[in-house]
Design a protein around this ligand. Sequence first.
Ligand SMILES: [Fe+2]
Length: 613
Amino acid sequence: MQASQLKYFFTTSPPNPKHKALPPFQAQYPSFTCKILINPSKKLNIPRIPLPPPPPPVPRSPLVPELEPVVKPERALVPQEPKYPVHLNPFQKLAALACDKIETLVIMPLEKHHDLPKTVDPAVQITGNFAPVQECSVQHGLEVVGQIPDCLRGVYARNGANPMFEPSAGHHLFDGDGMIHAVSLGPGNEASYSCRYTRTSKLVQEARFGRPMFPKPIGELHGHLGLARLALFMARTGVGLVDGSHGTGVANAGLIYFNGRLLAMSEDDLPYHVKINNDADIETVGRFNFDDQIDCPLIAHPKLDPVTGALHTLNYNVLKKPYLKYLKFDKSGKKSRDVNVPIEQATMIHDFAITENFVVIPDHQMVFKLSEMIRGGSPVVYDKKKTSRFGILQQNDVDGSRIQWIDVPNCFCFHLWNAWEENNGDDKTVVVLGSCMTPPDSVFNESEDPFRSELSEIRLNLRTGESTQRVIISGLNLEAGQVNRKFQGRKTRFAYLAIAEPWPKCSGIAKVDLETGEVTKFMYGACRFGGEPFFVPEKGNKFGGNGNNEGFEDEGYVMGIVRDEKWENSELVILKALNMEQVATIKLPRRVPYGFHGTFVSQEELNQQIISK
Ligand SMILES: [Fe+2]
């Protein structure tokens, strides 16, 4: 692997000297943070030792048999049991030994002298129902209470972080290996469940060595010891012990079905193509580069236009310009746009939005300053001097020269739920729907200030270049959710959002009427918590925006996985969106940890899956 190809991530959390006196788990919280691409070769310039090329790898057995034995039945986190693959030559074995000694005798003791902040303390990040689980092969015949609606035929799949190996130092929730939980819903109230790791390049290599070999992007790559971890990894890649040229990502954040493929994504890598087989089990097909059309990471929140079928997404780079790119693929998967978006500062952009004609790009105050890491701190900085703004880019523009930036002071939206265009006389306005977080860096750093995530409407007047902000729902933290995706980019009346209280747990689902401000809640009950709700429209509910809708926008079902922490069981809850009343509960055979984002793959889409690379 060339050092110049190395791409990595950093954390933003300052040390917390109080971490040893943490409150009980329920009162703690793993902060949600972003992942940041850097190119360490620019900073480290580690000399390369000329080596003979490593021998070709010995053919390996298929992934599933290779990974399964290391997951002990009694625990999900696998203790590190280093082993050297048999294909290593004598020099590589010697180098591997030397690297291990440096890690265990130098780096790890120094790490133990540093108090871990809650945001990267494994005792906080992966405990309770944030703790990982083992893989689970398909379990059929699940108990169903109520009736699964006829229109729900397919698989609800939800991504999440599930570290395979026991951490030896810092670990952030986002560092965990991607695992997909899939609940298949069939006729006759039939339901099944499975969960599988996404076989990323990182995971496969680490399973081969019986221990972590890639630095944890957020938990470890912080300050000087983070640089040491990075140097160690570069040494290991330099002698051919591990290979980062096929990506270093964990594929743990988002899921989307596009053009016959279910894609698992995190913003640190290309997507991974996974498939759901005929038995409702999940298999990793491989890292997906859109048929050799891209070679850059994509964010985990692409947007699928329900009318055109086009996929819109972003790539960001924290090292060099262009710091940001907009990419668009037509419904057949052909890349039709690759636009450099001119921003002057590397900025964290986790999500964005589309309208019928525009791409709406947040350019907020969380920026990257890698010099801070060299000085021992966090490379992610809340830049109070910067004014938050949104960029409005025509989807069909071939470059970024016509993008219109509109200031929206003191606005930080980690996620955006939707956006649409409104015309009023000479004015054209882009309306953005998002949850505004305060303090802006609360997802990155520990803070004494209370966490707030307020559902807000941001109006961007394209004629005047002015903006307004309005809190739609105050006094209620709403994060993780969506609108009816058949109306993505078109005016929507309803949003379905997790009630993010007590943060980061979610105690229920709120259906918000954006016109009236009415909130209809479904609360999970005492000691029961969930995550992102997913809305599935009724069949025949056509796309919005063109006046040809069949049915109503809120005709459909909302689902989400819930954990009862008292009785220690997990279930998939299905609500009728019209009245937010529960219609069915599927009892899941295993604990399902709290996770990130999900999607629903219909039976029709399952039948159309592309099952090879
Ligand atoms: Fe997200």
